[in-house]
Design a protein around this ligand. Structure first.
Ligand SMILES: Nc1ncnc2c1ncn2[C@@H]1O[C@H](COP(=O)(O)OP(=O)(O)OP(=O)(O)O)[C@@H](O)[C@H]1O
Length: 592
């Protein structure tokens, strides 16, 4: 497990802002433009109250010119507010969509090049939630919450300045009445927000993950007569999400105290300002400005407090997304540049590997496959054959020991280069919804139709393809449901032939194969073989019998009485080693 850093369900939100800034940087020009628009539109909003106050004073002073100037000014600021607000909303929406588009691309790119162990070690639904839901939350943040946050914060600051300019005394009363209570409410909210929003995001991801997995396992559950299990598993996660959501609503309700504070403060201020106006300490225009501006201030504070809640969701989502980008970036920076030779010996030396810490499946496997070798990898179920095959083709990296091809350590070679030289046809060949040709096109190197036809012919599969309705354009159904396990492997073999690698590893399908398909597979394997190394994880006796050499994994985990732990390796020649690496491999080569 040394090669992957696992994702946290509730990652620390502290690094999230830094990560966001990094990804926002390429879009800074459009963001700065939109932010300036938001600032100007907020300034126009705040200017409305003083302009109205000026108009009221002009009416009271019977000054028609001043009144008309105030009316004209009011029209200008209201129009400016509307136009600037709309403009900045459009610009931010565009910027948001662009940022989110780039992030989606980046996440998929990172996931596509992440180590297989990283993808396997996480629930599909969790990765899906981070790659879609969490990015959508970020998009919402940029399009709506960011302009709101800026607008409201600026409204509060500018309105406070207006209030202080118009009446320092009333402003002081307002601050004394409102501020300590407001700070208290926000602190009370924050105390629970840190926990509940993270818990809700994790519960949401868990529910998505369970839903995705149970959908995939639906057929198995129905066949086993236990569809209720699906519902039960989902219900457990759904109930947890409900509890987490209730806790979030509870935390958000704490913010409703602002309404009460607002009512109280407005009442006190109104009474006080009327009293001050009657006593001649304040002009009526000032009272009007003060009441309007106070309203703005409360609206701003209320909006801000609500946003604080929404921002927690965005922050937690961003932290989960940042966690994914950070973990997959670490894997990328370790990327290597070496090139593999076109022929060579494939060697595993002292290879140790485990899926979980302290539970090694392979404990010092050493084995050589010379160029052009034909070998069967055999052993009981769970002995680690597939695991070894994945190590031999660089899909996993050993926790200790080395895998080399032509003397080059696979850890130093980029994944795409390894795929050109060593191809694994897995037990369950992955098929996408579409046609046979679309599936063959997934082979590296973007093969064209002529190359596909040549490969099909070379493997002796022309008749099989012609028998499918539509030939290469035959639909394989949803995720290949129209193809049998053996036929999927035929697709995998044609993909391999399109790459033309010097080493082919075939993890034979265990399912009972239709004799006709089994024959086709055998022919295809024979035809693909010349000149290349062929390693077959053999499950069928007929395959084992045909291979001249067998490499046996003896219970990849435990061999009783072996002090070095488990030895599952097999080598033709014992005793080869790589400097600095332990050598635990045992030799059991069968020759027919
Ligand atoms: N992705 C995985 N995550 C965790 N454990 C795994 C994973 N894949 C395999 N294992 C475990 O590793 C051990 C070896 O599995 P592996 O599939 O390599 O054996 P195998 O010899 O190929 O078995 P079979 O013949 O049934 O295909 C098993 O105990 C299996 O449960």
């Amino acid at each position: 497990m040394a090669e992957v850093r696992l994702l946290a369900d509730e990652p620390d939100v502290r690094g999230a802002a830094r990560c966001a800034l990094r990804h926002l940087r390429p879009h800074r020009r459009i963001l700065v433009l939109a932010i300036m628009g938001t600032i100007a539109s907020t300034a126009s909003l705040v200017a409305i109250a003083p302009v109205v106050g000026r108009g009221v004073d002009a009416v009271l002073a019977h000054d028609r010119t001043a009144l008309w100037v105030s009316v004209a000014l009011l029209v200008v600021v209201v129009l400016a507010r509307l136009l600037l607000l709309r403009w900045s909303e459009v610009v931010l929406a565009r910027a948001g969509e662009r940022i989110v588009h780039d992030l989606r691309d980046l996440v998929v790119e990172r996931l596509a090049s992440a180590p297989l162990r990283f993808v396997e070690a996480h629930r599909t639904g969790d990765l899906l939630r981070r790659a879609t839901g969490e990015i959508a939350d970020l998009s919402l943040f940029i399009r709506e919450q960011l302009p709101n946050l800026l607008g409201l914060a600026l409204t509060v600051v500018l309105t406070t300045a207006v209030l202080i300019v118009y009446s320092p005394l009333l402003s002081l009363v307002l601050v004394l009445l409102f501020l300590p209570a407001a700070v208290g409410v926000i602190r009370w909210f924050n105390a629970s927000a840190k926990v509940v929003f993270g818990r809700q995001a994790a519960a949401d991801a868990a529910m998505t993950a369970t839903f995705t997995e149970t959908l995939a396992a639906g057929e198995a559950l129905v066949v086993a007569g236990r569809p209720g299990e699906w519902v039960n598993r989902f219900r457990r996660d759904n109930d947890e999400l409900l509890r987490a959501s209730n806790a979030t609503v509870g935390a958000q309700n704490r913010l409703e105290l602002f309404n009460l504070l607002e009512g109280l403060a407005t009442a006190v201020l109104l009474l006080l300002s009327v009293w001050l106006a009657r006593a001649g300490h304040l002009g009526v225009g000032t009272v009007v400005v003060f009441v309007l501006a106070t309203r703005n201030l409360f609206d701003g504070m209320m909006g801000l407090s609500r946003l604080v809640g929404e921002l927690q969701t965005a922050k937690v989502g961003l932290a989960r997304l940042a966690d994914l980008l950070g973990a997959t970036e670490a894997a990328q920076t370790a990327a290597a540049r070496a090139v593999l030779p076109s022929r060579g010996e494939l060697v595993a030396n002292g290879v140790r590997f485990g899926y979980a810490e302290g539970d090694d499946v392979l404990r010092g496997v050493s084995v050589r496959f010379p160029a052009g070798d034909r070998a069967g990898l055999v052993g009981s179920t769970g002995s680690g054959k597939t695991t070894l095959a994945k190590l031999l083709c660089g899909l996993y990296q050993p926790d200790a020991g080395l895998v080399t091809f032509g003397g080059v350590d696979l850890r130093t070679v980029p994944a795409a280069e390894i795929r050109r030289r060593i191809v694994l046809v897995p037990q369950q060949v992955h098929i996408i919804t579409g046609t046979l040709a679309e599936n063959l096109a997934l082979a590296p190197g973007e093969p064209d139709r002529a190359a596909m036809e040549r490969a099909v012919e070379a493997l002796g599969l022309t008749e099989w393809v012609a028998g499918l309705s539509g030939g290469l354009d035959a639909s394989v159904g949803s995720r290949g449901e129209l193809l049998s396990a053996g036929e999927r492997q035929l697709v995998g073999l044609v993909r391999a032939a399109l790459v033309d690698p010097p080493v082919l590893l075939l993890d034979e399908a265990t399912a009972d194969l239709d004799p006709a398909v089994a024959r086709r597979l055998e022919t295809a394997v024979e035809r693909i073989r010349p000149g290349r190394t062929l390693i077959v994880i053999a499950h069928r006796q007929s395959t084992i019998d045909r291979l001249p050499r067998r490499v046996r994994l003896a219970s990849g985990l435990i061999v009783a009485g072996d002090v070095a732990g488990v030895v599952a390796g097999v080598v033709d020649e014992p005793g080869f080693s790589v400097p600095g690496q332990p050598q635990n491999g045992h030799v059991t080569t069968d020759r027919s």
